[in-house]
Design a protein around this ligand. Structure first.
Ligand SMILES: Nc1ncnc2c1ncn2[C@@H]1O[C@H](COP(=O)(O)OP(=O)(O)OP(=O)(O)O)[C@@H](O)[C@H]1O
Length: 598
């Protein structure tokens, strides 16, 4: 329960809805208890006057009596109807306020979790599965909403109704009240336990269903591989066995469900029988009237749902508490990459310095950079070359502060990046990642992601500079072409160039290209590099690559190996060193390496 206190701030924000909802609940209950009271009055009126009526011998008097009586009955009938309508109307208002309140809380909580996820650093996303993040923001929030709305609604209704009805019953006859209510706590307990069983089974079904969904989703995404390896049958039987498990669990749940309803009806019937039996004896003994008996039967029926809902509410609260605990677990995690106190906004010229930087990925223990020292002047164009896994991308990640080094400092214009305003730092650097990610949106909007305020001309220009404009204009819808699952399928090279256009439109002071031309042919690459020359004129640029661009005149080339800088200098200087670079260049020249770029 203590986990749910995290929701108090939302309840405070929604206090008027909560207060109104509780008030409507009380009014609706008060109107609903008039019905048994009036039924009692009718019954008593009937039984008192029936003997008198029978004794009347005059048909005229009998007629007048009947007519008076039917007026009285009509009055009671209409009154009961009016009270039922009023009670129903306030019940409607109660749902309108409390359920609406829970939807607002759900909305606020979802947003809070989403915003919090956005603040967390990459380490968090590496440590937790995407499915887990998704389920906390969807399923767990839904369960918490069941507490914030329905559970509060049922609980308040149950409590008030039980207090009022039991008070009225006790006033009539305490002994009969005791007998009548005796099966109800068992009913509540039974509902609670059966509900837990149903919940356990439903959870299992849910897990099996999501397993089926992921199997199907993976098969459809990898349908080309399945077909080319003629694995349709194996894939089908994999699906079938997952489906079989789902079927068995569903049947088991259906059996429990089937038992649940009759068992409930039995308990309710038992209460009514006890009421009529004991009540009948009390009527004969003259302790209560026939009207009281009728009144009691209605009370028992009125109490049925509240007692039933005690079990339901208890499970709802339990589930919500477990879910809120999972949500709190994530909300309590603080991002390790954030604005340090004293972080400043400064004008950046683009000078980069790595000062004895050592970095280890904490969750794998891999040391990707070891005592790296590096100095890049504003406006310089620098190539970073090295074997796969040598730490090139890590270097770029540290510059945009996706991670902080354990030792040493990363500096921009003599400021430790840790003390620069994070948002400003990232907005001044454009990073084209190795693995392209495009959103399911139009091409124009994907490019505009780099600068949401950019107009179409700017988008077109960025596409031109990235040598992808011609490809885009070749699509029927041009820049409005939708990409992603339901849109056009782009080639790897097209995706890479759109991702470059997205970085170019941002027009930052520092650009980092992380091996982002691997999927384009040599001619397109030449064209892009030609365009970049002019674009990068006043910018500092880091080009991470496996291959040597002899077309591009770099101010400096850095060769990384196993996390260390092993060579550094201009093209000529490195060739004269006769080391890794010279060897790679010679291989490219002889055409051994297919990725020669000239
Ligand atoms: N997010 C990560 N979590 C854990 N280890 C990582 C992560 N990213 C990279 N590494 C490890 O750090 C080392 C350096 O990787 P990095 O990606 O920086 O190399 P790279 O030179 O860019 O390689 P490539 O040219 O293949 O992209 C590798 O051993 C890699 O396995």
């Amino acid at each position: 329960m203590k986990h749910l206190t995290a929701l108090n701030k939302y309840f405070i924000a929604q206090k008027w809805r909560l207060i109104l909802g509780l008030l409507f609940t009380a009014i609706s209950i008060v109107f609903s208890v008039f019905q048994p009271i009036m039924v009692r009055q009718i019954f008593d009126l009937l039984s008192h006057n029936l003997d008198e009526y029978r004794m009347l011998s005059d048909t005229g008097l009998k007629g007048a009596f009947r007519s008076d009586f039917s007026h009285i009955l009509a009055f009671y009938g209409v009154s009961i109807l009016i009270f039922a309508l009023l009670s129903g109307f306030f019940l409607f208002l109660q749902r309108q306020t409390l359920i609406v309140m829970s939807r607002h809380i759900e909305y606020d909580l979802k947003n809070e979790i989403y915003q919090h996820y956005q603040r967390l650093d990459l380490n968090f996303f590496k440590m937790h599965r995407t499915g887990d993040l998704m389920s906390r923001i969807t399923e767990d929030v839904s369960r918490v909403r069941m507490y914030a709305g329905p559970a509060i609604m049922y609980a308040s209704r149950t409590l008030l109704l039980i207090v009022i009805v039991v008070y009225l019953m006790l006033k009539v006859n305490p002994l009969l009240t005791l007998y009548t209510l005796s099966p109800l706590p068992f009913l509540a307990l039974m509902i609670y336990y059966v509900n837990r069983i149903i919940h356990r089974k439903s959870e299992k079904i849910q897990a099996e269903l999501s397993n089926i969904t992921s199997i199907a989703q993976e098969s459809y995404s990898g349908i080309r591989v399945i077909k080319s390896y003629v694995q349709e049958e194996a894939s089908g039987s994999h699906f079938e066995s997952a489906s079989e498990a789902y079927k068995i669990s569903s049947i088991s749940l259906a059996k429990t469900d089937a038992l649940f309803q009759p068992a409930m009806a039995l308990m309710i019937g038992l209460s009514v029988i006890i009421t009529i039996f004991i009540g009948g004896i009390q009527v004969i003994a003259g302790n209560i009237t026939v009207g009281n008996l009728a009144e009691f039967v209605i009370y028992v029926n009125m109490l049925m749902f509240p007692f039933l809902s005690i079990g339901l509410v208890a499970t709802m609260i339990q589930r919500a508490a477990a879910s809120q605990q999972r949500i709190n677990e994530f909300l309590r995690i603080e991002p390790s990459i954030k604005d340090e106190s004293g972080a400043r906004l400064v004008d950046l010229n683009g000078a980069i310095r790595f000062d004895h930087v050592t970095f280890t990925y904490s969750h794998t223990g891999i040391t990707a950079l070891k005592d790296v020292n590096l100095r890049i002047e504003p406006g310089q164009k620098v190539a970073i070359i090295g074997r796969t896994g040598s730490g090139k991308s890590t270097l770029a990640q540290l510059l945009i502060r996706m991670f902080d080094p354990q030792e040493g400092k990363v500096m921009l214009d003599n400021h430790d990046v840790r003390y620069l305003h994070l948002e400003q730092l990232r907005s001044r650097i454009s990073y084209v990642p190795q693995d392209v990610f495009l959103f399911s949106d139009s091409i124009a909007n994907n490019i505009r992601f780099g600068d949401p305020a950019a107009n179409l001309q700017a988008v077109q220009q960025a596409a031109r500079q990235a040598s992808v404009e011609k490809d885009i204009l070749g699509f029927n819808e041009g820049f409005d072409t939708e990409i992603g699952e339901r849109g056009v399928t782009l080639s790897g090279g097209q995706k890479q160039r759109i991702s470059i256009a997205r970085a170019l439109i941002k027009d930052p002071g520092i650009m980092i290209f992380d091996d982002c031309l691997s999927a384009v042919d040599a001619r397109t690459e030449k064209e892009i590099i030609g365009n970049l020359y002019a674009y990068l004129k006043d910018k500092t640029a880091l080009i991470i690559t496996h291959r040597i661009f002899s077309l591009f005149e770099f101010d400096k080339i850095i060769v990384l190996d196993e996390g260390k800088i092993v060579e550094e200098g201009t093209h000529e200087e490195l060739l004269s060193l006769n080391g890794y670079y010279a060897e790679l260049y010679a291989r490219q020249q002889s055409g051994e390496d297919e990725s020669v770029t000239e």
